[in-house]
Ligand binder design. Structure first.
Ligand SMILES: NC(=O)C1=CN([C@@H]2O[C@H](COP(=O)(O)OP(=O)(O)OC[C@H]3O[C@@H](n4cnc5c(N)ncnc54)[C@H](OP(=O)(O)O)[C@@H]3O)[C@@H](O)[C@H]2O)C=CC1
Ligand SMILES: CC(C)(CO)C(=O)C(=O)O
Length: 296
């Protein structure tokens, strides 16, 4: 397949590395400098097991068109609004959105593309510089259809790429909600306390707040299988125990966080459903306050 990836950050570089092994990938980035670096020096992927260097096609976002089989959106939630005009001007090729949170659901309704997929990335990736990425956590990418046929999903599922598999989920809403629970509980609390993910389940007092937040979130999302969802949340927390969440890193590095698409989305839902969510509101404002204080 001819695949375009928009965004040369951690996830964009990771996806470009793996998909380029089996497909024809072009990476669209914001700066001329990064496009030149990738085109001239190639893309480097580092992990515990290996370091891999390959040539990659890269260009600036200005030159992106939908003359391809798939465009993958690998930017943060808060970057999407800037791309809407560009995505709206082309209506042909299918799109795959990989963002955490659920803020992007409302903008998908505005797009005319006939095929739209949603993805949940369970890998960990860390951009080192414009052409180097560390694959820090091995997982998989879950895909679900938002609209259109299943053909594209099956093409991706059948790409035999080592350490980079895709699975098909039946219901995009359940898929995004499950990840939202994880990000809504783990990210804000770890960012406020500046702790590793694992400390949430290791420290008995932090664990009380972890549970309280979980119960608020599942109530807003009207999740029925509470035991299964709590086990999933706890297992992610234990599997990523040594990690610092993306929100901790965003706050510390002075970048905006994805809090609007995570807790902001939940607060809107809570308001709409008239559900009282004092802890979600407090965590939301504490993160907003930290963003302001750290100049994010
Ligand atoms: N990193 C991870 O391990 C995981 C990330 N995710 C999710 O994946 C999404 C992407 O995250 P991540 O890759 O870490 O984020 P990064 O901040 O590392 O990368 C985002 C990239 O998007 C680029 N970008 C922004 N606007 C545009 C534009 N208009 N045109 C082209 N490029 C643009 C930025 O460019 P510039 O560098 O020029 O600013 C940046 O390189 C997020 O929603 C995140 O929550 C999910 C699971 C794991
Ligand atoms: C799963 C988790 C919490 C891993 O750190 C994550 O997705 C994040 O940090 O954004």
């Amino acid at each position: 397949m001819k695949i375009s990836i928009i965004g040369g950050g951690s996830i964009g570089l990771l996806f470009a590395h793996y998909l380029n092994k089996y497909h024809h990938v072009t990476l669209y980035v914001r700066s001329e400098q990064q496009a030149r670096l990738l085109s001239s020096s190639g893309l480097i992927m580092q992990s515990d097991q290996t370091e891999d260097h390959q040539t990659i096609q890269a260009d600036v976002i200005h030159n992106w068109t939908d003359e391809n089989d798939l465009t993958i959106l690998a930017v943060k939630q808060y970057h999407l609004s800037d791309l809407m005009e560009k995505l709206g001007s082309q209506t042909g090729s299918p799109l795959l959105f990989l963002q955490n949170g659920m803020g992007h659901l409302s903008i998908l309704q505005e797009l005319k593309q006939k095929e739209i997929l949603l993805g949940v990335v369970e890998h960990g990736a860390l951009k080192v510089n414009g052409n180097t990425v560390i694959h820090s956590g091995f997982g998989k990418t879950k895909l679900a259809k938002y609209k259109g046929s299943n053909e594209l999903v099956h093409e991706l599922l059948s790409s035999p790429i080592v350490n980079f598999s895709f699975t098909l989920e039946n219901n995009y809403l359940f898929m995004l909600q499950e990840k939202l629970v994880v990000n809504a509980v783990i990210n804000p609390i770890t960012a406020i306390l500046k702790i590793r993910n694992g400390e949430l389940v290791e420290n008995k007092d932090f664990y009380i707040v972890f549970q309280q937040m979980f119960h608020e979130v599942v109530k807003v999302l009207n999740i029925k299988d509470i035991d299964h969802t709590f086990s999933y949340l706890e297992s992610v927390c234990r599997q990523t125990a040594a990690n610092r969440s993306s929100m901790v890193k965003d706050i510390e590095e002075g970048r905006p966080t994805e809090i609007d698409a995570i807790l902001g989305y939940l607060l809107d839902e809570a308001r709409r459903k008239k559900i009282h969510t004092p802890l979600t509101a407090s965590l939301f404002h504490l993160i907003k306050g930290l963003e302001e204080k750290e100049g994010n």
